[in-house]
Design a protein around this ligand. Structure first.
Ligand code: ARG
Length: 595
């Protein structure tokens, strides 16, 4: 079932072909001047250049061939040779009807579904998530859903950072602060089993997420300046990766306490992963991989470390090599990424892996991808880094709290919820609902506010964190869209209670035409979002759809109209709602039943 743009493109392309012109030039797009036309084709201009003819004359010849098309109410030439197309009400009615009856609401699926893995979120064990992980989670979740809705088989993986140098840093810092823990770790490392599991448990229970949270930034800072401290952390990291029992046991405690908090934060944000794999999960693959890379002649010794050189001739800037094994014998961030590619190939064999990670890691991924291609671990082009800009404060720098620290994700969600409650009260919404229902709505408003504020921008663009604006029920915001959707739901409920049922759709009013054309644009928006990994195309569509609905609802009364019109408009409203909810759903935004 094709959208109107495709159907009309085919008609214009056929006319071009009949005239001996390159058919692909006939492609139509939505009109720049919706007051004059629904669609336009600019192809006559390009065609005229190629064949050396007058563009207006070519356009007229095309128009003549299209004139008999029963779907077209008007074909006009404008300006230097634009072909303007206006559809008949009947053609629009048929399309609206088609979308209404389609469980996919007018959206198509890809011709050849692929297996795609989306690596996103990227939280780190033993460090609470901060706003930097917010965008990775929001954008990655949307991309995963868009791909899945287009028909691909998609898995989302959080790829926990649980195995690198930061683990060695933290183990050292916790042992420095808690002698009882240190004693047990050392005993276990030495192979002593004097302590009962209860004693071990009791000591490790004193290690909380708050401790890790407090100790990590200090340890990281100290590791930057104090070389002894850094060397020790590196040694501990290498020993952990060798599974020294004491370090390993403490590390497991870190993982456990972190997991609880992570699950809570992701849940609150409406983000869910199919795989909760960590860097540590590929540990067993690393030694054989290193041996294999060595056998392939890719490893180079570099001052005790082992690296893979990835720079290519013609590179604009010099890319550093991939550090595979550090001089302490540790696997590095990129090593686990490389091994994870092998792991994913074995378990899922994806045709594409999308890494939805901060733009600042672009070089890291370029280096890993090149190494993977060199090693034959992935087909050229099957690994893609989908980067994004930062969320900034009003000072234009990456967002910080008033105290200058990073805002934890959990605190940000709480802050947004609080603001959402305030906004709901201001607007007199949800007032007479039970407390639990009100909280559910506040949660949905908060998620919609954060997600839509992010997804409405192209991901590469940085934006400013502005909670007042994000949570407003007016303007281009998540809460506005939820409010619109809920309003349609209440209209539909009222219709139902009055016994009004939807019927065949007949389009006649300008606002009905506009709404139908907007509904028809869903496919274009999704295809763009898919091809460019750009959820903002769907966000834009959702916003336009709710505006078109507003205009329609203002101009075309539903329940007061005579029966056939009423049934038609009701069906149109229900379709608009279904598509809006679907669009929001692929963005990871849930709509409440009422407000
Ligand atoms: N944990 C990393 C960080 O916080 C992000 C992980 C991204 N994914 C990957 N495959 N490297 O920076």
């Amino acid at each position: 079932m094709s959208d109107l743009k495709r159907v009309l493109s085919e008609a214009v392309e056929a006319a071009f072909a009949e005239l001996g012109l390159p058919p692909e030039l006939g492609r139509v797009t939505a009109s720049d001047r919706p007051d004059l036309a629904d669609f336009q084709s600019n192809g006559a201009l390009a065609a005229a250049k190629r064949v050396g003819k007058n563009p207006r004359e070519l356009a007229a010849a095309v128009a003549e061939r299209l004139a008999g098309d029963p779907r077209l109410a008007a074909v006009e030439i404008a300006g230097p040779g634009f072909i303007n197309l206006k559809l008949t009400d009947a053609a629009l009615s048929a399309r609206a009807q088609q979308i209404a009856a389609d469980p996919r609401l007018g959206a198509e699926t890809v011709a050849e579904p692929r297996r795609v893995l989306v690596d996103y979120g990227g939280p780190n064990v033993a460090k609470p998530m901060h706003v930097g992980h917010l965008r990775a989670s929001i954008i990655g979740e949307a991309i995963k859903r868009i791909y899945r809705f287009r028909g691909d088989e998609v898995l989302g993986d959080a790829h926990f950072g649980d195995w690198g140098y930061q683990m060695g840093l933290l183990i050292g810092a916790v042992m420095d602060e808690k002698p009882a823990v240190a004693a047990i770790v050392e005993a276990l490392n030495a192979g002593e089993t004097a302590e009962t599991p209860e004693d071990v448990g009791a000591a490790f229970d004193t290690v909380s997420l708050a401790d890790l949270d407090r100790l990590y930034p200090k340890a990281a800072a100290k590791g930057k300046t104090d070389t002894d401290y850094r060397d020790r952390a590196r040694k501990i990291t290498a020993a952990l990766q060798d599974r020294q029992p004491g370090y390993f046991a403490l590390w497991q405690r870190f993982r456990d306490v972190t997991q609880v908090a992570l699950e809570r934060d992701f849940h609150a944000l409406g983000v869910d992963f199919d795989l909760w794999k960590g860097e540590s999960d590929v540990e067993d693959l690393i030694d054989p991989m290193v041996a294999e890379l060595d056998a392939k002649g890719l490893l180079v010794d570099d001052q005790g470390a082992r690296i893979i050189r990835v720079s290519r001739e013609g590179d604009k800037k010099q890319l550093p090599p991939l550090l595979v094994v550090s001089s302490e014998g540790s696997a590095m961030y990129g090593t686990t990424d490389l091994a994870t590619i092998l792991d994913r190939r074995k378990s899922f064999d994806p045709a594409l892996i999308i890494y939805c990670v901060d733009q600042r890691q672009a070089d890291h991924f370029e280096i890993v991808f090149r190494a993977a291609y060199l090693a034959g671990y992935a087909g050229e082009g099957s690994l893609e880094h989908v980067g994004f800009g930062t969320m900034n404060g009003t000072d234009g720098k990456p967002f910080k709290t008033r105290e200058g620290g990073v805002l934890k994700l959990n605190d940000m969600i709480e802050l947004t919820r609080e603001k959402a409650r305030e906004r709901l009260h201001e607007a007199g919404l949800g007032e007479n609902l039970p407390a639990e229902a009100f909280e559910d709505i506040a949660g949905k408003v908060a998620v919609a506010a954060l997600k839509f504020a992010d997804l409405q921008n192209f991901r590469g663009t940085s934006y400013v964190f502005d909670l007042d604006r994000f949570t407003s029920f007016e303007g281009k915001t998540g809460p506005y869209l939820l409010y619109q959707a809920v309003r349609v739901k209440s209209i539909l409920r009222r219709a139902e209670s009055e016994g009004v049922t939807p019927g065949p759709i007949t389009i006649s009013e300008p606002a009905e035409r506009e709404l139908t054309l907007t509904l028809d644009g869903f496919e274009t928006a999704l295809a763009e979002a898919y091809d460019k990994k750009a959820p903002n195309a769907v966000a834009e569509h959702a916003y336009r759809l709710s505006q078109a609905f507003s205009k329609f609802y203002a101009a075309c009364p539903i329940l007061q109209a005579e029966p056939a019109v009423r049934a038609s408009r009701l069906a149109l409203a229900a379709t608009a709602l279904a598509q809006l909810e679907r669009a929001l759903d692929v963005l990871g935004i849930a709509v409440p039943e009422r407000m």
